[in-house]
Design a protein around this ligand. Structure first.
Ligand code: CP
Ligand code: NVA
Length: 323
């Protein structure tokens, strides 16, 4: 079993933000996971951990959310702080105030900003112009918090990353982009099976390929769902139409039909493969009820882990001394 604590002992966490997992080293990811496990254990034992007492996290949303919103809000509260929910329509950002001014103003009031939005550049600019930690709660191209929760779930079930293969079946989107980065940072093989024309962006695939050289992992992108699925230890899928792509739903439903994760496709994975999905899920589309509600599915542990990893991220970024 991989010892996350031993691997991050004496290690000083130097990151100021969580914008993309590509900015993090393997050790920094391990540190977040080790801290998540520590906080998860304390929480289970009702041991209070007011690491962020008196601190405020602003949470800006320009897209819908259940898990991200609730887990950040509950998470900051459990750390002794306060979460301020800001729907972009209710603040001046929604009426065209610049990200630059929003970043500078919010930095005078709060100790950290979490943002879910469309354009990754807005997240980068919040970090550039603000003076408090910024956490990416999903953009059109990345979803780093989700992948940290996925890695924690995989670690809890499998006890390691190297020597494992994750098969992502579906759209080359924010989740698969961040999986490409996350898996290759920690040394896990990743295989993406998607229809032609729905591959992940080529520069992110190149980034993952580069990472895989140092972490000794493999990256594959194929238009064959079966090929991607073969001998997988983890099977992952996501919605066929992401937020912002509602107009393409009908055409995507047609194009993605052969990529549905059903029992037949799942049977190409290893016998002890686990199933993950970032959620929300649409049964009968990207995954059948048989698979997502079956004994190999860990989707609710995965969703719960959002809380623990995000508490760890907030503690490391907004707490004193990155410990
Ligand atoms: N997985 C995830 O980010 O869920 P929400 O959209 O509900 O936040
Ligand atoms: N790819 C999905 C993820 C939702 C958590 C979306 O962006 O809508």
């Amino acid at each position: 079993m991989l010892d996350l604590k031993a691997n991050t002992k004496e290690f000083i966490f130097k990151q100021s933000h969580l914008l993309s997992l590509q900015d993090y080293t393997k050790e920094e990811i391990y540190k977040v996971l080790a801290k998540s496990l520590e906080l998860k254990e304390e929480h289970a034992k009702n041991i209070p951990h007011p690491i962020l007492e008196g601190k405020t996290l602003a949470m800006i949303f320009t897209k819908s959310s259940t898990r991200t919103r609730v887990s950040f809000e509950v998470g900051i509260k459990q750390l002794g702080g306060y979460g301020l929910f800001l729907n972009s329509n209710d603040i001046q950002l929604g009426r065209g105030e610049s990200i630059e001014d929003t970043a500078k103003v919010l930095s005078r009031y709060v100790d950290g900003i979490m943002i879910r939005t469309y354009d990754q550049v807005d997240v980068l600019n919040l970090a550039k112009y603000g003076s408090v930690p910024v956490i990416n709660g999903l953009t059109d191209i990345y979803h780093p918090c989700q992948i940290l929760a996925d890695l924690l779930t995989i670690y809890e079930v499998k006890g390691r990353f190297s020597g494992l293969k994750l098969a992502y079946i579906g759209d080359g989107n924010n989740v698969s982009n961040s999986l490409l980065i996350g898996c290759t940072k920690v040394g896990m093989d990743i295989s993406i099976g998607c229809p032609k024309g729905y591959e992940p962006c080529s520069d992110i695939v190149s980034m993952a390929m580069k990472n895989s050289k140092t972490s000794y992992s493999k990256v594959k992108v194929t238009n064959s769902a079966i090929e991607a699925m073969k001998d997988a230890d983890i099977v992952y899928t996501d919605v066929w139409a992401s937020m912002g792509q509602e107009a393409e739903e009908a055409i995507r439903e047609r194009d993605f039909a052969p990529f549905q994760v059903n029992s037949k496709l799942f049977s190409y994975a290893k016998d002890d493969a686990i199933f993950l999905h970032c959620l929300p899920a649409y049964r009968g589309r990207e995954v059948t009820a048989e698979v997502i509600d079956g004994p190999q599915s860990y989707i609710f542990d995965e969703a719960e882990n959002r809380l623990h990893v995000q508490k760890a991220i907030m503690a490391l970024l907004m707490g004193e001394g990155g410990s």
